[in-house]
Design a protein around this ligand. Structure first.
Ligand SMILES: [Zn+2]
Length: 69
């Protein structure tokens, strides 16, 4: 149980991740991911600017994407 409940951290910088960040990573990179990148490292990884990623989170939420609920 403890492994499942532990707050996920960014693979690269170690920062604790928000639910939105793990959901975005799943949405963009790998639906079944268990290791994640924070929004800043994801920006470097994908080449997408952070504001664009934040907008993507907002858009997915508005669409009612199940990963973000
Ligand atoms: Zn990071």
């Amino acid at each position: 149980m403890t492994a499942l409940l532990r707050t996920p951290c960014c693979e690269k910088c170690g920062r604790e991740l928000s639910h939105d960040e793990t959901a975005l990573y799943r949405k963009l990179i790998n639906r079944g991911a268990e290791r994640f990148l924070c929004i800043d490292c994801l920006s470097l990884h994908t080449g997408w600017p952070v504001p664009l990623l934040q907008k993507a989170i907002a858009d997915y939420k508005r669409q009612g994407c199940s990963l973000f609920t």
